[in-house]
Design a protein around this ligand. Structure first.
Ligand SMILES: O=C(CO)[C@@H](O)[C@H](O)COP(=O)(O)O
Ligand SMILES: [Fe+2]
Length: 218
């Protein structure tokens, strides 16, 4: 299935955000990952609607918005208006995840659902056929630059198997600690949307994107 790279701008240089995005785009990335943290669902606070609006003005890339916020229903409309193309919410942060996914879909953007590393895939059984994308967190959400949690690989394989059994070819995104040296492993396990923050934005952005896309066969 088609593979997509989604560089996380959480690790970009915010004083030169537009330039960093242009470097990633010039090297051929298809998506851009946008991490929203509220200081409640996760300990840190990142950025929200106004920055997304500015990013939307400088790029046509698919904006893949990862909401690490409590009760995300409150902000779906705002993020759609600011230019999100995909909105992913945490299962753990939703009062009623089915309703939240329906709300996102009603705005005609793609709906994703995500789980933290310690949350089992089984909680997603009833929403597998509703989500356009399932994001498996491969680190505890909240910070960039953490190490990949090794148990995630089995979780990716299990989720791909669960989807296959239902005849679904839903995108599986992985997020956290993905580097050039473990990329092939997560692809082999069944992931096809790859988030990488520090491995893309620290160092030569264009070269890093090209290296990732080469390994991904894109
Ligand atoms: O959602 C998150 C962190 O909570 C991520 O999207 C990070 O931004 C990934 O950063 P790296 O682990 O690739 O540096
Ligand atoms: Fe993320």
């Amino acid at each position: 299935m088609k593979r997509y790279l989604s560089p996380s701008i959480l690790s970009a240089d915010f004083a030169h955000l537009g330039e960093d995005i242009q470097h990633a785009a010039a090297a051929g990335t298809q998506y851009l990952h946008y991490d929203v943290m509220d200081g409640m669902f996760v300990p840190s606070i990142s950025f929200g609607m106004p920055v997304l609006e500015s990013v939307r003005k400088v790029t046509d890339l698919v904006l893949d918005v990862h909401l690490m916020i409590e009760d995300p229903d409150r902000y779906i409309d705002d993020f759609v208006k600011c230019g999100a193309d995909i909105i992913t919410v945490h299962y753990e942060a939703c009062k009623d995840v089915k309703k939240t996914l329906e709300l996102i879909k009603s705005k005609e953007v793609k709906a994703g659902v995500t789980i933290k590393p310690k949350t089992p895939n089984s909680v997603l059984t009833d929403v597998l056929d509703m989500a356009d994308m399932i994001l498996l967190m491969t680190v505890e959400p909240g910070f960039g630059g953490q190490a990949y949690i090794p148990e995630s690989t089995e979780k990716i394989k299990e989720l791909r198997q669960m989807l296959n059994e239902k005849g679904l070819d839903t995108d599986i995104e992985v997020d956290g600690g993905i580097k050039k040296d473990n990329l092939q492993m997560v692809l082999d396990a069944g992931a096809n949307v790859i988030v990488a923050g520090s491995a893309i934005f620290k160092g030569d952005i264009e070269q890093n994107v090209k290296d990732f896309l080469r390994i991904m066969g894109e």
